[in-house]
Design a protein around this ligand. Structure first.
Ligand SMILES: Nc1ncnc2c1ncn2[C@@H]1O[C@H](COP(=O)(O)OP(=O)(O)O)[C@@H](O)[C@H]1O
Ligand SMILES: [Mg+2]
Length: 327
């Protein structure tokens, strides 16, 4: 349909025997922000590479900005921009010179007005003659996005745009991404393995694991599907699955390495029973996941997406927070 900036049917990529992207269906409306959320190796970058014509499609079809990616790659390339984690700025050139270089690479003749407009939008105009090497991380990010916008693309692909950034710059970039989407009327497809990022930025999210879309919807829709809490648990002594499953309120028990993941009706109700059953001394680490995109991922795949970055808390802290919330 013409109202979709990105359309894919049965999109598949094989690298030898590995199926990196496995029959993906996607329809991204023009002007929207779509997120591919999944762990490392899930196939996010490969999808972008196929959609931008950088990697041949093994099977299936895709069109971007109204053009078939396999049959008409030049028309696609003219209409898309790409912001990737790899640095694309030339530190020895000024901001303006970087824009000039980008214009040469894309064979743009009439670019100066647009370049100036972008510099003003990103509040870089007064630094345009300074070498990019002297810019802060936030300014560099703005410059990268300005370069991607120079040829007035209809679709921008952002591959893990905030990976490795400190939280302040990340938040700043979130604001920028939403702003660019509205101000320049550009469709954004971004990939992330940060739960909060997909939640905060995207109108729709596809959760991807091992090359497959395992769930698609608005963040709110996805979260409302999970009517349970998850308790992640590490114990100092061996515990059997039966013993955990026998606790009232526990509806599912899975293990990931030496960690247990329990699906429970309500963490507040089940935790006291859990402490009683296991004796608090036997619990090395405990983490509660309330309905979130993380719990959607856990529910479907049985494992955590955001390995290690979850709010790890001990049960005393958890209760302290609960008590505080109730006052
Ligand atoms: N050029 C390549 N050759 C062989 N395997 C690849 C290549 N690129 C990616 N892969 C594999 O395809 C899978 C998906 O990779 P990728 O799309 O980079 O995942 P993500 O971006 O979600 O981290 C991984 O198993 C990865 O090792
Ligand atoms: Mg990637």
């Amino acid at each position: 349909m013409a109202d979709d900036a990105i359309l894919a049917h049965g999109l598949t990529k094989n690298y030898g025997k590995l199926v990196a992207v496995d029959h993906v269906e996607m329809a991204v409306p023009r002007g929207s922000r779509f997120g591919l959320l999944g762990p490392n190796g899930a196939g996010k970058t490969t999808i972008i590479k196929m959609l931008t014509g950088l990697a041949p499609i093994t099977e299936g079809t895709a069109s971007v900005a109204g053009y078939d990616v396999a049959r008409d790659p030049m028309n696609v390339k003219k209409r898309v921009g790409w912001v990737a984690a790899e640095v694309i700025l030339d530190d020895d050139l000024s901001g303006w010179e970087n824009l000039w270089l980008q214009a040469q690479l894309q064979r743009l003749s009439d670019w100066k007005g647009r370049a100036q407009q972008l510099l003003e939008y990103f509040e870089l105009a007064d630094r345009k003659k300074d070498k990019v090497g002297t810019y802060s991380t936030g300014m560099r990010k703005k410059m990268e996005i300005a370069l991607a916008l120079l040829h007035q693309p209809e679709v921008i692909f952002m591959d893990e745009p905030t990976i490795g950034l400190d939280p302040n710059v990340r938040r700043m970039l979130w604001g920028l991404i939403t702003g660019v989407n509205r101000e320049f009327d550009v469709t954004i497809l971004l990939t992330s393995h940060y739960i909060e990022e997909a939640d905060a930025l995207c109108d729709r999210v596809a959760i991807i694991d091992h090359g497959k879309f395992v769930a698609t919807g608005t963040p709110a829709e996805l979260k409302s599907r999970v009517k349970a809490d998850f308790v992640e648990l590490e114990t100092s002594e061996a515990v059997t699955e039966e013993r955990l499953a026998a606790i009232a309120g526990v509806s599912n028990v899975r293990s990931q390495g030496n960690t247990w993941i329990l699906r429970v009706s309500s963490a507040e109700e089940v935790l006291p029973r859990l402490f009683h059953a296991l004796k608090t001394d036997g619990i090395r680490r405990i983490n509660v996941e309330k309905p979130s995109l993380e719990s959607v991922f856990i529910d479907i795949t049985g494992k955590r997406l955001d390995q290690g970055s979850g709010d790890v808390q001990d049960y005393r802290k958890f209760y302290m927070n609960l008590r505080r919330a109730r006052q």
